[in-house]
Design a protein around this ligand. Structure first.
Ligand code: GLN
Length: 475
């Protein structure tokens, strides 16, 4: 039986003691990927490239020139570009499209000697909460194959959950890293908007999208976040603010002032056991000397509608580039310019993507712009201001990540409103641009996991990770 690693420190120790090398590590992940093919987590495995990188990194380790991620095998969501490799956003419209350049996040991982093992399945163009919107079939939750893994970064979550890689990258626009992390019992973080470059991330809603990692532990989360963060001349929305030494400062050395919102927890949609566990953690934090106060956030009911008005508007604009001409799928049935546009988009996009493009086009249209898009922008500002005001009084906001544990595959795919309400606790952070993390602190009597979410101030990743480590260590 090959050893299964769940932290880079363990791997580094074994490399130092000559118990394992990168070539063997990659081979063992490749074996596990093959054994777990039924999970459908990977759309493609970069077998030969990963083996070649492993060999090169083993040589660097031998002569002492290896980077800080040497030994870390990473999977990337299929909307993150890696030069010379396919990237499809799990859509038929980009089937067989090859990246012409690498995303900044992937370049930075490689510069520190991480090995990219493959691209993972996701909801088409990152639109979804269950991974059922992929053109390449659903991903199965490794804990129970009849359950969804969450979405949209379901493949990246399952790849870490089932130890098919050590860590992975996903993208989070309204919860797509945190909710699957909650469903798959791993850690998932959405950094502050602008902390990580979006260069080379296929755009869904550009004022929300952020790349975020999945890991088993906070040390790896800190390290990988520190590597991919920081200014980038190719993304003007990416902050030049200095990246702190996240991995070196994980000790929590003060008593905190925390809050949670009453309406979030006393919400009738919240599973009773998730609620009970949430209150248990609150009581424990109080017993440990932290101050926890119940407050209110009066815009709970506006989060999901505002998120869907604004993100579909941005999506309708971003996805206009898939026209059957510039790149990607072109309908063989087209006869002229008009039918090239119409048929390529009709045949190339899936149902949910089309729904969102239409919704977004509608909210931006001349007669409805003020009523929907402009109003949505104003409500977003209110949400942001109120969230920031709360975080000026409290160190962190605590919520469940999702109102329940993973649901059955097929169970909600015909109930769009219900599916959109999956984002009830995760939409706030991207609307406000703040960082948020899901920690695997819940175990339901139905045998399934759930996460607890912590939201922090903009660029508060250092404190957020230190508090997360404290919570993980004490639970
Ligand atoms: N579930 C949300 C949606 O369907 C979030 C998606 C995301 O974060 N990419 O849009």
């Amino acid at each position: 039986m090959e050893k299964v690693y769940t932290s880079l420190n363990e791997i580094k120790e074994d490399i130092n003691n000559s118990q394992v090398n990168c070539a063997q590590l990659v081979q063992s992940y490749l074996n596990r990927i093959e054994e777990n093919k039924h999970l459908n987590a990977f759309l493609e495995v970069f077998t030969e490239d990963a083996k070649a990188s492993a060999k090169a990194i083993d040589a660097k380790i031998a002569n002492g020139t290896a980077g800080k991620l040497a030994g870390m095998v990473v999977a990337i969501k299929d909307n993150i570009c890696y030069k010379g490799h396919k990237v499809s956003s799990s859509s038929k419209i980009l089937e067989d499209f090859e990246s012409l350049f690498s995303s900044t996040a992937v370049e930075r991982l490689i510069a520190e000697d991480a090995i990219i093992i493959g691209r993972t399945n996701c909801d088409e163009f990152a639109m979804g909460s269950s991974n059922e919107n992929s053109a390449y079939g659903p991903v199965l939750n490794a804990i129970d194959n009849t359950k969804v893994p969450g979405g949209s970064s379901g493949g990246s979550a399952v790849a870490v959950q089932a130890n098919l890689c050590l860590a992975s990258l996903g993208s989070d626009t309204g919860g797509s890293v945190r909710q699957p992390a909650s469903f798959c019992n791993v850690i998932g973080m959405k950094p502050t908007y602008g902390r990580v470059s979006r260069y080379g991330l296929v755009a869904y809603a550009s004022s929300f999208d952020q790349i975020g990692p999945f890991t088993h532990n906070i040390e790896d989360m800190a390290l990988i976040t520190e590597v991919i963060s920081g200014g980038d001349e190719y993304d003007t929305t990416c902050s030049k603010r200095e990246v702190p030494n996240l991995s070196g400062n994980l000790k929590l050395d003060k008593k905190l002032k925390l809050t949670y919102f009453r309406s979030y927890i006393e919400n009738e949609g919240l599973d009773a056991e998730v609620k009970a566990r949430f209150y248990e953690i609150i009581e424990q934090l109080k017993a440990e000397g932290h101050t926890v106060e119940e407050t209110e956030f009066e815009y709970l009911d506006y989060l999901v509608p505002t998120y869907y008005v604004l993100t579909t508007a941005e999506a309708s604009s971003n996805l206009a580039r898939f026209d059957g001409i510039h790149y990607g799928y072109r309908s063989p049935n087209a006869t002229d310019l008009e039918s090239t546009y119409k048929l390529s988009r009709t045949e190339g996009f899936g149902k949910e993507v089309k729904r969102r493009i239409m919704l977004g086009t509608y909210v931006l249209s001349a007669g409805f712009y003020d009523a929907y898009y402009a109003k949505g922008q104003k409500v977003r500002r209110l949400i942001k201001d109120k969230t920031d005001a709360t975080l000026s009084k409290y160190d962190f906001i605590l919520t469940p990540t999702s109102p329940h544990t993973p649901f059955d595959i097929g169970q909600q795919s015909n109930d769009q409103i219900k599916m959109y309400l999956e984002d009830i606790y995760t939409a706030q952070a991207p609307l406000a641009g703040i960082p948020a993390i899901s920690l695997p602190l819940g175990q339901h009597s139905n045998g399934l996991p759930f996460g607890i979410q912590v939201m922090a101030k903009s660029f508060g990743e250092q404190d957020l990770l230190a508090f997360s480590k404290y919570l993980m260590d004490n639970n």
